[in-house]
Structure formats: structure tokens, C-alpha cells
Ligand binder design. Sequence first.
Ligand SMILES: Nc1ncnc2c1ncn2[C@@H]1O[C@H](COP(=O)(O)OP(=O)(O)O)[C@@H](O)[C@H]1O
Ligand SMILES: [Mg+2]
Length: 481
Amino acid sequence: MSEPEGAATDRKPMQNFRTDELIGLLSSRVVGQAHALEHIVPSIQLHRSGLAPEGRPVGVFLLLGPTGTGKTRTVEALAEVLHGDARNVVKIDCGEFQSEHEVAKLIGAPPGYVGHAQTEPRLNQLVLDEMTSDECDLTLVLFDEIEKAAPSLAQLLLGVLDKATLRLGDGAEVNFEKSLIFLTSNLGARDMLSELQPTLGFDTEPRRPGADLSAHLERVGLRAVQRHFSPEFVNRIDAVITYRPLGNESLVAILEQHVVELQRHVQNRLGSRSFDIEVAPAARFFMLEKGTSMEYGARELKRIIHVHLTQPLAAMVANGEVTPGAQVTVDLHEDGDHLTLLAAGGTPLPTTPPSTVLAIDDNEAVLGWLNRVLGDEGHRVLLGSTVEDARRHLEKEVPDILVFDQILPDGDGVELAVNILKEHPDTRAVVMSGTGLDEEDVLLCQRYDIPFLKKPFVAEELLSALEAISLSGGSSRSAAG
Ligand SMILES: Nc1ncnc2c1ncn2[C@@H]1O[C@H](COP(=O)(O)OP(=O)(O)O)[C@@H](O)[C@H]1O
Ligand SMILES: [Mg+2]
């Protein structure tokens, strides 16, 4: 389990999902808003069936309700399930389009139009098509916080919602027939909150959103929408869905999701050097108290977890205070104001036998750090910043391990590593990159068994990669050195 795995383990071609399976997958990601998913999923199935009417988007949904209740998260969850990546969404933050001038940028200026230096439209067919995937040809389009946009955006949207086309400044047309369009808005959210908490006292329990109250909140939201948008606009929306304030049970479940996510991240990044995280009830309660509220829902929870748990944990790892296989117990400190993290157990793994490592990176800070980390592990470290440097070292001796940056001032680190490995089959290599590898490099790295580390990474990740290659490594080591 030392190779990072894709986050989504429950993927299969989307055409194989039944409606209830899709709802299940989504509701494990969006907690407590089943009614919203029940509105949305049928239009995905409609698209899959090939029976969606032509000449309009597959579905148009307006998501209403208080902040931090999962509106934006819903669209990200759909992207995860349909495309395998939460980022596969064409997202328009309407707050960026508050003036007519900014809205014009969305579609680009007509050719030769004076006064617009920037004529590239933000929305075009390519942008839409790029957000599909091999598994699913449906584009998710999100106009987030639509009430913030200038009125001309709603005007532009009318054509999109109605005929599934958007005409750009240069006359080209964008087709939205294979799109699910989501508009999110806080319209009516204030009124909803005061309905829920008439006294606005923070320790009053919110009224339970029973059927009556939900219907009532929906009316409050719809009224606000009708005040803000024209009837023709509202008529073109397939469903107005009101998100409910999250109850305690949902908030507890969301915290648990974040903890599981953190554990998975640790497992993926550290591989055999991973450890277990155990969060005590008092610590959970503390994070829920700090990270959730009527006003902001679960929006702050991620930040609170980051500050109180992820960061201190990362510091412990970076300082070498957590041994592989340890259990880190997270509890509330006596002062009630922060968390304590205690690492116990764990067994130091057999480390990579001391080797000669050639590290090449043109970033001096990185090079210095590599020198220290590798030196501390007992390796002999040769340093350089260019392909040229690497060649010079190689003329004198053949290192056991290569640690190369992908982009070097005078060449390509992957190519260089592969060339050396071809000549010296007992040498092993690791590649680092700040940007990620392109497809060709990924294939090369697979073929030559070169682990790839995305910058920034912690020492444990590098050591774990070295361990992995030395375990799977060549039968005999180079005699040179
Ligand atoms: N129903 C929910 N299920 C899971 N996580 C949620 C939910 N609601 C909010 N969150 C958490 O809060 C963050 C903000 O939620 P978001 O969907 O952006 O809120 P909004 O309703 O304001 O669009 C999410 O990234 C997620 O971590
Ligand atoms: Mg949002």
C-alpha cells in the first residue's frame, strides 16, 4: 500500500449506476440533504437514457438556503461521482461579475471592439468540453452566488436556460445541451434564519426542520427569488431546492467525514510510514463548537480542523515525532482552548540501507533540504542543479539512487533519469515536480518504476519512496561509490 491511490475507490462507468446507487454515493458526500439529491439525480438518469429533450440544458436547478449547508458541495460531489474529480466543474463565481463590464468578459468582446484588451471569453465550448470525462459526457456548470451578479448576467442566462445556447462576443455559439446547470443563492437565507431562530440567541436549539417548517422555508426562499428575478427567469428553472439548516447529527457526520479524509490523506501520502489518528469525543465536540454555527453552517469546520488538527499533526510528522504505525490520540487540552496530540506505539521501520544519492534540483533551498534529510538518514549525498552537473557526477561514479527535479534549467529530469537507468539497471530513481507530470512522463515513470513526488512534500514521503524502491529494487547494487 505504498503507492498513492485515487481518492475515489467506488468508481465504475456511470452508465452502470442505478438511481438509488447514485443517490447513495452522493448522500455519503452531502449529508442531510437527501431531498436535494432526489431532485437532481433523475435528470442525470434522463441524460443517460438519451431521452433528454433537445434544445435545452439537461437540467437547471436553483439551490437556496443558508450558508454552509452543502449547496456548492453538492455540485462538487456530483463531479466526484460522475467524473472522478471534484474539480470537474465549470464554476462561475458570480461575485466576480458584479458590473456589466465584467459580465462582458464572460462572453468576450466582439473582434475589434475598442477598449477591451482582453477578448478571450471565460466561457466557450472548449471550457465546457474539458470538464467532461471518459466516463461521463455531462458538463456540470455552476453559477455560484448568483444574486451577486450584475442583472445582465441573468439576461445572458435566459438564453442558456431556454435554448441551451450562449452567443459569444465573436459570434461563436456555446452549446449547453449536455449540461446540468446549477445556480446557488443565499436569497431568503436571512429570513429563513430568523424563522428558525426568532430570538437569535445562540444557545437556543434550532427548531427541527419538520415537514411543515421545510415547506415554510421553501416558500420564504421562493418569495425572495421571485422578488429578485423576472418571472421568465424563474419559469426556466426546473426545480428550486431549499437546503435545510444542518442538525447536530449531520454536523457530527460531516466532522467524521473530514477526519476520515485526513486519515486517508495520511495513508496515501506516507504509505508504509503511515499512522492512525484517533479523535476523542471531547476533541470532536470542541471542533464542532468552534467550526459550526447557525449562521455559517459547516463552512468553518474545515478551517478549524486545519488549524487545530492538521497543522499540529503536520508539525509532529515534520519533526519526526510520529513513528510509523503509531497511534496519534487527539484530545481536548485541560485549558479547554486547544487540542493535544499524543503519539504512542509504532515501530521504526528498517530504513533504506545507506546509499549514494545524487540529488539534482535548481532550487537551492530544496537542494539544501534534500541534503539534510538524506544525510540524516546516513546516505552519502551528491548535489547538483543541472543536467550538466548530473553528467559530471556520473563520469566519476554511478550513484545508487537518483532524486531528480522534473524541470531542470538545461533539460528534463525524467528523461535524464530514464537515460541513466537504461545504462545502469541497478540504479533507482525518484522524480520530484512542482507542477505534476504530463501523460508521457507518467507512462515513462511507470515503465521504469520511478516514484513521483509532488512538491511540496515532507521528509517522510521521500523516505517512504526510497524505501519502496529499495525494497522492489535491483538485485545487486552498483559497486561504484
Ligand atoms: N451537507 C453537507 N455535507 C457535507 N459537508 C458539508 C455540508 N454542508 C457543508 N459542508 C461542509 O462545509 C463546506 C462549505 O459548504 P458549501 O457547500 O460550500 O456551503 P454553501 O451551502 O454555502 O454553498 C463544505 O466544503 C463542506 O466541508
Ligand atoms: Mg456556496
